[in-house]
Design a protein around this ligand. Structure first.
Ligand code: FKS
Ligand code: ZN
Length: 342
């Protein structure tokens, strides 16, 4: 399988995040993508291609134009206002505040276009976001051209990003953009299978009222796990989308036995939907040694995920999302892909 990778992700680095009352180096760091890339090479998964630059028109099919216009301006506005460090939002229009009035200064706009403080900007962040989008679009093009599968080694990830908000390390929703692009290229139905440990709230929001993109999500129960405010089992879609959103929230400590039952159920629903193509939001933070997650999957389980997805018999785009146990992130992510190919 071909992998698409861009070195421009590395400019998005050195961010800090708030964990347990302390500002610490961010878990979503450049070495993640480098280690996965190294494993793609050592496992001889296939050629590694540089992405082709794509206009943002495909992103505008799922994101609001004013949000997309804002992203490249963040760092210039931040610097122009005399600030350094990382641009991090800190005020949000929650219940009782006005979310309908677009404010003017950079601190205000960061809050207006986010749902948490987890998507921060440094100097190279926009270039990394754009490269991650280009990676997803280029890999989608490879699948559209007839290859059975392709791996978009996206960084930063995307599944928490909604139509007009960033958060949780995510800015442009790469999997959602690719799914919409497949639709625009003639696919009648597309399924998104999100196996990242965290609920893909952005992906759910984008397609919630649509019947032409099915969204299946396996994740830590939002009653106790980030992103906390979406991802419950009773969220099944609305209007035309009724029945086409499916959540599988699972408790802390979930291991392969229980997790794979959810995967089997999701695969059954996916086959019943009969999509033309599948986009997999591939997170490997379900791993037992992940530093920020609470599931118990083992390295030997990842090839089994790939095998199960391959058994769907459909064109498949793998889009990289989370995974923070950097020592094993290559083994686990590429394990899914080699399992798919076996
Ligand atoms: C406070 C803890 C917040 C945020 C976890 C984000 C998870 C991101 C992800 C993605 F795939 F998007 F990368 N924890 N600092 O793994 O879902
Ligand atoms: Zn995650």
């Amino acid at each position: 399988m071909k992998t698409v990778y861009s070195p421009l992700h590395a400019g998005h680095g050195g961010q800090m995040e708030l964990v347990a009352g302390a500002i610490v180096p961010g878990f979503e760091k450049p070495s993640r993508a480098e280690i996965i890339r190294g494993r793609v090479e050592s496992e001889k998964l296939g050629p590694i291609l540089t992405p082709v630059s794509h206009p943002l028109a495909a992103a505008a099919r799922v994101h609001r134009q004013d949000y997309l216009d804002f992203l490249p301006t963040v760092w210039p506005l931040w610097e122009a206002s005399g600030k350094s460090g990382s641009a991090i939002p800190f005020t949000w229009p929650t219940r009782g505040l006005r979310g309908d009035v677009r404010p003017k200064t950079i601190d205000a706009l960061l809050g207006y276009y986010s749902f948490d403080g987890g998507a921060s900007f440094v100097k190279g962040t926009w270039e990394a976001i754009k490269s991650s989008y280009d990676v997803a679009m280029t890999a989608a093009g490879i699948v559209k051209a007839g290859e059975r599968a392709a791996f978009a080694l996206c960084r930063p990830p995307g599944h928490h990003a909604g139509a007009a908000f960033m958060g949780g390390y995510c800015y442009i929703n790469n999997a959602a953009v690719a799914a919409q692009w497949f639709r625009d290229q003639g696919a009648a139905r597309v399924s998104i299978l999100d196996v990242d440990y965290h609920h893909g709230n952005g992906t759910q929001e984008i397609f919630y009222r649509r019947g032409d993109v099915q969204v299946l999500n396996l994740h830590g129960d939002p009653m106790t796990e980030y992103p906390f405010f979406l991802g419950h089992a009773d969220e099944r879609g609305a209007g035309e989308g009724e029945g086409f959103n499916q959540n599988y929230p699972m408790p802390f400590g979930t291991s392969w036995e229980r997790w794979s039952e959810a995967l089997d159920d999701a695969c059954g629903k996916l086959l019943a939907y009969a999509p033309d193509v599948v986009a997999v939001s591939l997170g490997v933070d379900t791993f037992e040694k992940d530093p920020i997650s609470q599931f118990k999957l083992k390295s030997a389980d990842y090839p089994k995920i790939g095998k199960r997805i391959a058994a769907l018999g459909l064109p498949t785009l793998f889009v990289m999302e989370g995974g923070y146990a950097v020592d094993e992130i290559g083994i686990n992510a590429v394990g899914v892909l080699t399992g798919f190919e076996s």
